[in-house]
Design a protein around this ligand. Structure first.
Ligand code: SF4
Ligand code: SF4
Length: 445
């Protein structure tokens, strides 16, 4: 490798990581648009959840075949980074297969392991592409996935394919060069890597030395550039879950699924009503100019930061929508779309802030109505099936409930049937339109 190559390599790394870090900062800023919520309790349980759900992919295995395919891709992605580390060292220092001399037989085992996983990843990628585009699996071809989300899913799979092809081109041509004693790694013989020791001679045997060197460099640079492209593409893709699944499962709600959080201000008022002797002025008076807290959520800034983290983590897999009783029975609601809409609106607000020197300028738009309609919100049965099913512990229901809260408590815009029920609760202490004394009249009939 010449100095020019080293310099070019360093530039690629600086630009690639620099752009990635600037995007990470944007994601962090956008998530912090949300209101605060305390998720620092029970850290032992949280670490356990993260290890089982994000690292161990526990919830994926309710559907074994896609889970296995996904695991192949995931394992290949994680283990391949070891070879990438070697590429970084080789690229900066000008060495070739830096770890081989020091690790000896273990290096052969390691690269063989990577090659086998890469081969499995290749099979998984082809299966996933076929499932989406040939078999047209219903949950992967719903209305909310038309356009960019579908292209995004295909694009990332194609990038995976290219990455695996680069790995085998690099190792296969280097195997042939090493057999000829012409590899940049000193000596001659076979590297004995599990796949490329067969694939190399079969595909590249007979080529002349300069072609082999060019192809080896194409594979080497291709590997690096694909990883850098992948890293920077993450920000624009649903594949952020590769990183965010870890914090998302850690900070997930640990309360029982059916338990909803109460609004502190409402709880305080109810307590006042229940204890009439309580001092009504015990609560601190509002500061001058203080804006009263909004009930519920109409836009992303009214949601909490974990809900916004949820939106960035959503893999768009559609498992939630495929078990949603409202969606299955043809209602407009899709919990996946709730998460996608939240993310899209968050991105829109983030761009507004970027364009206005760090300040959000009202744009006469909101998550409610412009992205998510009341019809979708009221179709939810609050059954929690979507939350149960989500492989990365996302709760579309919590967003739905906060937006419903806004509709009811800020806009009095609940459906008529619900209003009647709430009036009954208020007047009769029960959802039925009877006086409390008349409740047992049925037994006299
Ligand atoms: S909680 Fe609502 S959105 Fe989730 S599955 Fe049930 S009906 Fe669908
Ligand atoms: S919310 Fe969960 S289950 Fe639903 S699409 Fe997103 S990742 Fe999949």
């Amino acid at each position: 490798m010449s100095y020019l190559d080293n310099i070019l390599f360093a530039i690629v790394l600086i630009v690639g990581f620099g752009y990635f870090i600037s995007n990470i900062k944007k994601i962090y800023r956008n998530i912090n648009l949300g209101i605060d919520v305390n998720r620092k309790d029970n850290s032992k349980q949280r670490w356990k959840n993260m290890a089982l759900i994000a690292l161990g992919q526990k919830k994926m295995f309710t559907r074994p075949i896609p889970a296995l395919l996904h695991f192949m891709l995931y394992a290949a992605f994680v283990i391949t980074q070891i070879e990438l580390l070697e590429i970084f060292i080789d690229g900066l220092s000008g060495s070739h297969r830096f770890f081989k001399t020091g690790l000896g037989g273990f290096y052969t085992f390691l690269i063989s392991f990577i090659e086998i996983l890469s081969l499995l990843a290749l099979i998984a990628t082809v299966a996933f592409l076929s499932r989406r585009n040939l078999l047209k699996l219903p949950r992967l071809n719903k209305a909310e996935l038309l356009g960019w989300p579908k292209k995004d899913a295909n694009l990332i799979l194609i990038m995976e394919l290219i990455l695996v092809i680069c790995i085998f081109t690099m190792n296969g041509t280097d195997e042939v060069l090493y057999l000829l004693g012409k590899s940049h790694f000193e000596g001659t013989g076979s590297f004995n890597f599990a796949v490329s020791q067969h694939l190399g001679p079969a595909m590249f045997g007979g080529m002349n030395e300069s072609t082999l060197h060019i192809l080896e460099r194409v594979g080497w640079w291709g590997h690096l550039l694909m990883v850098m492209a992948f890293l920077n593409y993450l920000y624009y893709s649903k594949h952020l879950h590769i990183v965010l699944a870890f914090p998302n499962t850690y900070f997930a709600n640990l309360n029982p699924l059916g338990e909803f959080d109460n609004l502190a201000s409402v709880t305080k008022e109810v307590k006042m009503m229940m204890y009439p002797n309580a001092d009504p002025f015990a609560a601190p008076a509002a500061q001058e100019g203080e804006v009263p807290a909004k009930f519920g959520a109409s836009d992303v800034q009214d949601l909490n930061w974990v809900q916004l983290l949820n939106a960035y983590t959503c893999t768009e897999c559609g498992r939630c929508s495929s078990v949603c009783p409202a969606n299955i029975t043809g209602k407009k609601l899709s919990p996946r779309k709730i998460m996608m809409d939240t993310r899209d609106r968050m991105e829109e607000v983030g761009k507004n802030i970027d364009a206005n020197k760090g300040v959000f300028v009202p744009d006469n738009k909101s998550l409610l109505n412009d992205y998510i309609t009341p019809e979708e919100l009221w179709a939810c049965t609050s059954c929690n099936a979507c939350v149960e099913e989500c492989p990365v512990s996302i709760s579309p229901l919590s967003i739905i409930m906060d937006m419903r809260r806004y509709l009811v408590m800020e806009q009095s815009a609940a459906p008529a049937t619900l209003n009647a029920m709430m009036t009954n609760v208020e007047n009769n202490g029960a959802p039925w339109p009877y006086n409390q004394q008349d409740r047992l009249n049925w037994k006299n009939d």
